[in-house]
Design a protein around this ligand. Structure first.
Ligand SMILES: NC(=O)c1ccc[n+]([C@@H]2O[C@H](COP(=O)([O-])OP(=O)(O)OC[C@H]3O[C@@H](n4cnc5c(N)ncnc54)[C@H](O)[C@@H]3O)[C@@H](O)[C@H]2O)c1
Length: 374
């Protein structure tokens, strides 16, 4: 079987999930080509060497430019902070590599559009890692909505809540710096529920939002709390929206919801039924069917672990649940198929641009205190 060499840039949180996915994918899924963990890249020589050993990469590098220029490498997998995505992806496209890029695609619409133009010009396969699309329960929800089982969609309601920066002494890590992250909760976690709304319901036409920063100053990392600097990103964001198909959208993303660690909840209401998804119970999809007999009405649980459900049949026997890490395996499986076919699979960089347009429209709305067209 043909093999494809992967060069991965960034090896910490997302780099670990992606390494795991590249290692596991051919053990469970019928891949059309074998991924080879060729080179991992990070900025510190000793640390990236240790990461290569721990995560199973053949080589390590300290300059992403060397990885992108390496003719042996077929795929560039970008897992760095948001301010580097555009530069790396545009160079990778010019070098003819297929690209898997973490979300948010870029810092803003302008950058995202430049990235899209680069992959189009070079005709390289591209994908944004919105891994939550490939949770079997979410893929099942998509199947049911697309088949019309929910009828006309009225509402998409979603929240993505965390609580890791409630402490005002929590330092100003890169995710809290506008220059590196672009935005706070907005591009980090609101971007995911915007993507799921686009996936499940359709395109947004108009939005109205508010971004809030509760803690205005934080200690600079490495100064033991002595130097405090201004926080340049949002801590929470609320969004109202209208979809082109007439459905209404209601989103909440926050890093200030004590007790919520990585809480994602989604509800879709249609004329024939409703669906509810809760990430903390991700193998289950709640389904209300308005056609049920009058004395049996109520939400039922679809346990999404049968061979008939998307992706999950490749794993364990029915009822044996899967978790977060599997969503990345599903993502790289679909990406590998796309690379071999030479045709990108959703969400592509075009989806990344569209997501960024929604993010930017919400920011404009927050500043102008008006509804803004996407
Ligand atoms: N899909 C998801 O659910 C999800 C979850 C978390 C993060 N992310 C995204 O993944 C990306 C990385 O986030 P993370 O949490 O893994 O961050 P992280 O801080 O844990 O890791 C970032 C990595 O990038 C490396 N890096 C930064 N600049 C570099 C450069 N110029 N050259 C080489 N390496 C460089 C760092 O050394 C580190 O290994 C972000 O874009 C983030 O939004 C996505």
């Amino acid at each position: 079987m043909k093999s494809l060499n992967v060069g991965m840039i960034g090896y910490k949180f997302m780099g670990r999930t992606h390494s795991n996915a590249w290692r596991q994918v051919d053990k469970f899924f019928p891949v059309p080509a074998l991924p080879v963990l060729h080179t991992v890249c990070g900025r510190d020589r000793a640390k990236v060497k240790a990461a290569a050993k721990q995560l199973g990469w053949k080589h390590s590098a300290t300059r992403w430019q060397d990885v992108v220029a390496n003719p042996e490498i077929d795929i560039i997998d970008i897992n760095t902070a948001n301010d580097t995505h555009a530069e790396i992806a545009i160079a990778a496209a010019k070098a003819g590599k297929a690209i898997l890029c973490e979300k948010p695609l870029a810092m803003n619409v302008r950058q995202a559009e430049a990235m899209l133009a680069a992959v189009k010009k070079a005709r390289v396969v591209n994908m944004v890692c919105h891994n939550y699309r490939r949770i079997p329960a979410i893929a099942q929800a998509k199947k049911m909505i697309a088949a019309g089982e929910l009828g006309r969609i009225f509402h998409y309601r979603a929240r993505y809540l965390q609580d890791w920066i409630v402490d005002p002494e929590f330092p100003l890590v890169w995710r809290l710096q506008g220059k590196v992250a672009g935005s706070g909760t907005h591009g980090d976690i609101n971007a995911h529920i915007i993507d799921l709304g686009r996936f499940l319901v359709g395109e947004l036409s108009e939005v109205c939002g508010h971004l809030e920063t509760f803690i205005k100053e934080r200690p600079l990392e490495g100064t033991k709390g002595k130097k405090r600097v201004r926080v340049t990103v949002d801590d929470a964001v609320i969004t109202l929206g209208k979809f082109k198909n007439g459905a209404l959208c209601n989103l909440e993303a926050s890093r200030f919801a004590l007790g919520r660690k990585n809480h994602i909840q989604i509800e879709v209401n249609g004329s024939r039924g409703s669906l509810v998804f809760d990430f903390e119970d991700m193998n289950r999809l709640k389904y209300y069917n308005n056609a049920d007999p009058a004395d049996r009405m109520g939400y039922r649980d679809i346990i999404v672990t049968e061979g008939v459900h998307p992706y999950v049949g490749a794993w364990w026997p029915p009822g044996h649940i899967i978790g977060y890490e599997h969503t990345f395996v599903h993502t790289v499986f679909d990406f590998l198929k796309a690379v071999v076919k030479g045709k990108s699979v959703d969400p592509t960089f075009a989806d990344g641009v569209q997501n960024q347009k929604v993010l930017e429209a919400v920011e404009k709305s927050s500043k102008s205190r008006r509804w803004v067209k996407v």
